[in-house]
Design a protein around this ligand. Structure first.
Ligand SMILES: *[C@@H]1O[C@H](CO)[C@@H](O)[C@H](O)[C@H]1NC(C)=O
Ligand SMILES: *[C@@H]1O[C@H](CO)[C@@H](O)[C@H](O)[C@H]1NC(C)=O
Ligand SMILES: *[C@@H]1O[C@H](CO)[C@@H](O)[C@H](O)[C@H]1NC(C)=O
Ligand SMILES: *[C@@H]1O[C@H](CO)[C@@H](O)[C@H](O)[C@H]1NC(C)=O
Length: 309
């Protein structure tokens, strides 16, 4: 953990050029933060929407709408051509993106890009809720599997979080499903979970239109209450297993030990065992690691190791 402690000295400087760190720093001065933490960085309050039960998100080439169960548009935001998520990565967010250092953003992740003809039909990952971090410094820890379109303009993800986010939260673990775009952030209500509980986060292709341009996906947690998130969008092709954090001040702000992301199963419409190779992105200088222990699409196992205190 020496590395993080040494870096604390430089955090003030880092804030000057890491745009997304600024509003978090502001919150220490007891002003209402104008931005909220999400698993894709910071978003303005006005762009964050809780998804009611039965609602669907419709993401077309021109607009993103949150539709109530009866079809009424509850909220609509235009698609801004060329805009991608303000990704908390180094690089442009593609498969070659580099992970951030341990203080902020996507600090380590494994990813696979489906370049095949057959769309991903399901993507599941199971893990155990880790022990709560030993320290509470206003940090947020997000652990999730996620999937994005080829142009990286959105992300669908079942997210375990510790700390606060646009979905709420505090010094406890909670789960929600998220869909984040450059102009709108959508999440299901946060459901509190307990240390040691086993979680399974699913992303499932529900329907595909005859012309192959419209895909409907469901993000869901198994057996944990709450409800899923339905999204109509372009095909989602980039799968990740990610650890993301904000506001980390010491190693004690992470959980201790290792989180095993297990029973990672990816099926395409064509086969239950596509040729999947996970590539790891991490900052080799930091002390947070992702290790691919069992590669592939069937019961893959990827361990995230937190810094030692
Ligand atoms: C549709 O649902 C919305 C949200 O629940 C509600 O405000 C609206 O009145 C409903 N419209 C109709 C026509 O039922
Ligand atoms: C594809 O099909 C969907 C639903 O059937 C339709 O709404 C959409 O306009 C079609 N897109 C194109 C490019 O034809
Ligand atoms: C992966 O993490 C699990 C859970 O902490 C642990 O039991 C297992 O030994 C780890 N595997 C390796 C190869 O480190
Ligand atoms: C699987 O993918 C890897 C990496 O893309 C490639 O080297 C290998 O030849 C592929 N194997 C099969 C059986 O297609």
């Amino acid at each position: 953990m020496k590395h993080i402690l040494a870096l604390q000295t430089y955090l003030i400087l880092a804030v000057a050029f890491m745009g997304e760190a600024l509003p978090i720093a502001k919150s220490h001065s007891h002003t209402l933060p104008s931005y909220l933490r999400t698993p894709v960085g910071l978003v303005p309050h006005s762009a964050a929407h809780q998804v009611p039960v039965g609602a669907t998100i419709s993401h077309t080439q021109s607009a993103i709408s949150l539709l109530a169960a009866n079809g009424t548009a509850l909220h609509t935001t235009p698609v801004v051509p060329g805009a991608t998520n303000a990704r908390p990565l180094n690089g442009n967010g593609n498969g070659n993106a580099k992970a951030r250092r341990e203080e902020s953003g996507w600090v380590t992740f494994a990813a696979w890009l489906n370049t095949g003809e057959s769309p991903i039909a399901s993507f599941a990952t199971s893990w155990t809720v880790p022990p709560a971090p030993a320290a509470n410094d206003g940090q947020t820890v997000f652990i999730f599997n996620s999937i994005e379109p080829a142009d990286f303009t959105s992300i669908l993800q079942p997210v375990l979080q510790y700390g606060g986010s646009a979905a709420g939260g505090g010094n406890y673990w909670g789960i929600a499903c998220w869909y984040v775009t450059p102009t709108g952030t959508y999440f299901t209500p946060l459901v509190q979970v307990q240390e040691g509980q086993t979680l399974t986060g699913y992303i499932q292709l529900q329907e595909q239109s005859a012309n192959s341009t419209d895909f409907q996906y469901l993000c869901e947690w198994s057996n944990l209450g709450g409800y899923g998130l339905l999204v109509n969008s372009a095909e989602l092709v980039w799968a990740t297993e990610t650890l993301e954090v904000y506001g980390i001040q010491s190693a004690s702000d992470f959980p201790a030990g290792t989180t095993a992301l297990s029973a990672i199963n990816i099926a395409t419409q064509e086969t239950n065992a596509p040729n999947v190779t996970w590539s790891v992105a991490e900052d080799v200088a930091d002390t947070v690691f992702t290790t691919v222990i069992v590669d592939g699409s069937v019961n893959a196992l990827i361990n995230i190791t937190y810094p030692t205190v």
